[in-house]
Ligand binder design. Sequence first.
Ligand SMILES: [Fe+2]
Ligand SMILES: [Fe+2]
Length: 175
Amino acid sequence: MDSPNAAPPAPAASPGSVEQLITDEHFAIRAHLTDLRELATVFPELDQGAARGRAGAVLDFLNNELLPHAAAEEASIYPAIDRLVGAGATQTMTLDHRAIASIIAQLGVAANGDVEPGARFEAQRLLFVLEALLTTHLWKEDTAYVPLLARLDSHAYTALHAEVAGHTAHREHTH
Ligand SMILES: [Fe+2]
Ligand SMILES: [Fe+2]
C-alpha cells in the first residue's frame, strides 16, 4: 500500500507533460520538507541568530514558493479536476491550502520577534504540523489528481499544459 511518506510512484507520463511538470514541482517541494523536519528537530536549541536565520529561510520558501504553487493550482489544475469529477470535487483540497496558509502565518509570528523559549516550542510544533500536512497534501494530489488528467480532452489538456508550464517558467524566472 502506498503511503504519504513513500517516494511518489514513477510517473508514467512523458517528459514535458502536465503530469511530469506537476510531479517535478512536488519533488522539489518534498526536498524542502526535509529542511522543515530538520529545523523543527533542533529549533529549541539554536541560538537566537541561527534560529532567526534558519526560520527566515524556511518562511521565504513557504511564502514565496509554496503558497504561489498552491494559488496556481487553484487557478488551473483544480478547476480542471472539478470539470472532470464534478463541481466541488477539489473543495477539501482548497481548504487544505487555507489551513496551510494559516499555519504558515502562525509560524511567521512564532519564529520572529525575540524567539523566546516558549515561542521556540510553538514554532517547533508548527513546523512538524506543516511537514505532516504538506506530506499528506502532496500525496493526495499525486495519487488522486495527477492520474485523472489523462481523461481531459486534447483541447483542455493543451490549455492546462500552457497554464502549468507558464507558472513553472515564471517561478524559475523569479527565483
Ligand atoms: Fe495543493
Ligand atoms: Fe501541489
